[in-house]
Write a protein that binds this ligand. Structure first.
Ligand SMILES: [Fe+2]
Length: 319
């Protein structure tokens, strides 16, 4: 469970603990690391031997931690060994996801984004998705406004990157268009936030996640992973920082995004790469360039001729 709920008795009392059930608070100050996953797995194994299931309650980081720990209860070695595509060989223990923040799509995705010793990359596999999810909009109603906006924009960006990508197909389009419509309704058409907004955002997150499940994300994600690897920038706000500068790739989407930012008077951090060294830029470029499927979805098979290290460096310098 997200450490945000530590000490929140009304919330904790709703969890019906029985037998050997145990609540583990997850520190999500930083995005999940492979070392943290391995340590939790080791602690649970030392205490219980085997566990019958893992339930993640929280935002995207907590959900990803729950998926990763559930997988690592059965797969040998370190979670860093499984960062990539289809490297996980065994189903994990039963896993359930209960989001308390909506937008990342972690409740439906086949990945669990982790920062490892050499890269920031998920355990993408057919065994990664939750066996069960519980979507209760009441659980997201107390999310802090800025955090809710950044995370919701993660969903909006999933839609744009999926719908504008070369991997688009009927499945992804169907979910992507629905999620986009919901985001536009909540963030542009409505005048105030209410319970209906929470319900719609929760479904937008789900549909946005489904949309990218069989397509891919694109430029904003590829660039923002570099930021979060080096600077620890959180996924939602990192995507906003990058997407804000991507007019040349997604003109209509960026224009609409800026309207949402204005309407909701949210600050998008600026100049976060100012003063970084050449080595820092190289690190971010390495992380970003390693995400070939994202670039290929965004720019096509010839992406390497279109997105050179120089061009990417200029993009990072604008952030
Ligand atoms: Fe995302």
């Amino acid at each position: 469970m997200d450490h945000f709920f530590e000490g929140n008795q009304p919330f904790l009392s709703r969890i019906p603990l029985r037998g050997k059930d145990k609540i583990v608070f997850i520190d999500v100050t930083h995005e999940p690391k492979t070392t943290y996953v391995d340590r939790l797995r080791d602690e649970l194994k030392a205490e219980f031997g085997e566990v019958s299931g893992v339930i993640g309650i929280g935002g995207g980081s907590t959900l990803d931690m729950a998926k990763a720990v559930a997988l690592m209860m059965t797969n040998p070695g370190s979670s860093a060994d499984y960062q990539g595509w289809d490297l996980v060989k065994l189903p994990g223990v039963y896993k359930v996801g209960i989001p308390t923040l909506s937008g990342t799509g972690a409740e439906v995705s086949r990945t669990t984004v982790l920062t490892g010793p050499t890269r920031k990359l998920g355990m993408n596999s057919d065994y990664t998705p939750f066996d069960q999810i519980v979507l209760d909009p009441e659980l997201i109603q107390n999310a802090p406004v800025n955090q809710r906006f950044y995370t919701a924009m993660d969903c909006y960006i999933h839609c744009i990157e999926s719908l504008e990508g070369t991997f688009l197909n009927a499945f992804s389009r169907s979910y992507g268009e629905k999620a986009l419509e919901l985001c536009q309704e909540i963030y542009l058409k409505k005048d105030h936030w209410d319970a209906d907004s929470d319900e719609k955002l929760m479904m937008a997150s789900y549909a946005g996640g489904m949309s990218i499940a069989y397509s891919q994300v694109g430029v904003a994600h590829a660039v923002s992973y570099g930021l979060s690897y080096l600077l620890g920038t959180k996924h939602g706000v990192g995507n906003c920082i990058v997407f804000d500068k991507l007019e040349e790739f997604y003109p209509a989407g960026v224009k609409e995004f800026k309207q949402m930012v204005d309407k909701h008077q949210v600050d998008i951090p600026q100049h976060i790469t100012k003063g970084l060294s050449d080595a820092d830029f190289e690190t971010m470029i390495d992380v970003s360039m390693g995400l070939a499927p994202l670039w290929e979805n965004a720019l096509g098979k010839d992406w390497q001729t279109l997105m050179t290290r120089d061009r990417l460096r200029k993009l990072y310098e604008q952030l």
